[in-house]
Design a protein around this ligand. Structure first.
Ligand code: SAM
Length: 482
């Protein structure tokens, strides 16, 4: 039997099937063990330390017990602690981003993705640099500052040089007061050498969804193409970190395989990164399979109801408190609202998932990667966030100030979030209000900014933030940050 070792660099040792099966069994056996459950809940709770808060997080086994427990009172406690952690570490800020689809050429045979090679009906499209520029201008005109670029895997049509050229183009465009200040990258698993090139190009997070951690299921779902190689895909984050990328983003495509398996494995992956590189994942995404061109989610028999999905997010929040959590427009407004409460820290808004979609007047569907459930404009999402007490943030300061890897954790522990992330959110929200917001949103926004400025503890920081906000309103000065 293959032995479990979180420090190993071999996929099947750090994502170990026997350990996952044991974990699921342990969770099932202990799902009514209230003494154990209460001690796990207590462990997960944030504790005061100096001026800040600290959290221990949970192991994959502990978190799996919470996920298995069906007692509604325990579930409520999990949600309450998730919210407590979220407020302690992320406050009421929600970071906004948009995906940018560069190319849907793909040589893989992924059964859940409409870009799969056997799909002969979907129009194939790859943006030229001129088209990238037009898309980026459209995104800047919406107010976006942070993108996640997406592409199929195709060494001929989408080689690394193409991706790098697109990143350069994206960073170079400054339309009116617009700028894309952080480009996250979601492309197929690649070599250390290519990860080095991405790091040198100044990317933010390298995102790669595992899709499923279940090796057998993985191989069936990826019958052909380079993505078929489970080990190469699963070990990608180690290569990315070896290549100098500090921030990596994990994710599972929920609905493909059993969620208890995925949940335990996802946390094992986080534990592995921590054990080997001394820093866990920067983000975890929780996509669910959606209908798309020739894809019907009902073909996969592991779909999960909203309640389970929300509980998964809450349990992830307890297990890895310092890891950001992302939800996309695959989910509708109602699910997104619930997910925000239990710990999501980043959402996309105004997204188009087709290649070249942002420059089209009407939302195009022909090259879409998946159907978008939340079809509101960015301005509607911003306004809705504020109605629900969240501060929409366009901040990209951390990575630009070198606060990558585990430095967000230090910020939380030192209690400096309200003197750093909070004013950064307010300054970038002011940029949005001045440059892009509709009239109604503007009214709400300026009121929120004034109120939230009062919450900055350090008088000196507050005074600087007030001055900067004044400068943003009265001039074209932009991009202030702590
Ligand atoms: N091609 C790259 C790779 O292989 O990792 C990444 C880019 S792909 C455009 C981004 C992600 O979209 C995939 O990792 C997958 O999880 C997700 N995706 C694919 N088909 C989907 C569907 N039908 N519904 C929801 N998400 C889907």
């Amino acid at each position: 039997m293959i032995k479990y070792d979180p420090k190993s660099l071999k996929a099947e040792e750090f994502i170990n099937d026997a350990e996952i099966q044991e974990t699921i069994k342990y969770a099932e056996e202990n799902k009514n063990n209230m003494e154990l459950i209460n001690s796990i809940l207590e462990k997960a709770r944030p504790k005061k330390q100096g001026n800040g808060n600290v959290c221990q997080g949970l192991t994959h086994r502990e978190a799996s017990v919470l996920l298995a427990c069906e007692d509604p009172e325990v579930t409520k406690k999990i949600y309450d602690i998730a919210e407590e952690i979220k407020l302690a570490f992320y406050g009421n800020r929600i970071v906004l981003f948009a995906p940018l689809y560069l190319s849907n050429y793909c040589v893989n045979g992924c059964l859940y993705c409409p870009y799969h090679i056997a799909n002969k009906t979907i129009p194939r499209k790859k943006l030229t640099q001129e088209e990238v520029k037009a898309e980026v201008i459209a995104l800047q005109d919406m107010g976006h500052k942070r993108l996640a670029i997406e592409a199929g895997e195709d060494p001929v049509n989408n080689p690394i040089e193409y991706i790098l050229e697109c990143i350069d183009t994206i960073y170079s465009i400054h339309h009116k007061n617009g700028a894309i200040r952080r480009v996250n990258v979601n492309i197929a698993a690649t070599t250390v050498e290519n990860y080095k090139k991405l790091a040198d190009a100044g990317i933010g997070t390298y995102i790669l969804f595992q899709e499923t951690y279940n090796k057998e299921g993985y191989e069936k779902l990826h019958p052909t193409g380079p993505k078929h190689d489970y080990a190469y895909h699963t070990e990608a984050m180690d290569r990315a970190m070896e290549g100098g990328i500090d921030d990596v983003g994990l994710g599972v495509l929920f609905g493909l395989e059993g969620y208890k398996y995925e949940f335990a494995a996802l946390l094992m992956h986080a534990e592995h990164l921590e054990a080997v590189h001394g820093v866990g994942p920067h983000t975890i995404s929780v996509p669910r399979v959606k209908p798309a061109d020739d894809i019907n989610p009902e073909d996969f028999d592991n779909s999960i109801p909203d309640e389970t999905f929300i509980k998964i997010a809450a349990c992830i929040r307890l297990a890895v408190p310092y890891t950001g959590m992302i939800i996309s427009t695959r989910e509708n407004e109602q699910v997104r609202a619930e997910m925000l409460r239990v710990g999501i820290s980043q959402i996309s808004g105004g997204s188009r998932t087709s290649v070249g979609g942002y420059t089209e007047e009407e939302r195009p569907h022909d090259t879409e990667q998946f159907d978008v459930s939340d079809q509101r404009t960015l301005d509607e999402v911003v306004s809705w966030l504020m109605d629900n007490g969240h501060i929409p943030s366009f901040c990209t300061a951390c990575y630009r100030e070198g606060r990558t890897g585990d430095r967000f954790m230090s910020l939380c522990k030192s209690g400096q979030i309200l003197n750093c992330c909070h004013p950064n959110a307010l300054m970038t929200l002011t940029e949005y209000m001045v440059d892009y917001a509709g009239e109604e949103t503007k009214k709400k926004g300026f009121k929120m900014i004034d109120e939230e400025l009062e919450r900055i503890p350090k008088e000196k920081v507050k005074a600087i933030a007030i001055d900067n906000i004044k400068a943003i309103k009265e001039s074209n000065s932009r991009d202030f940050r702590f």
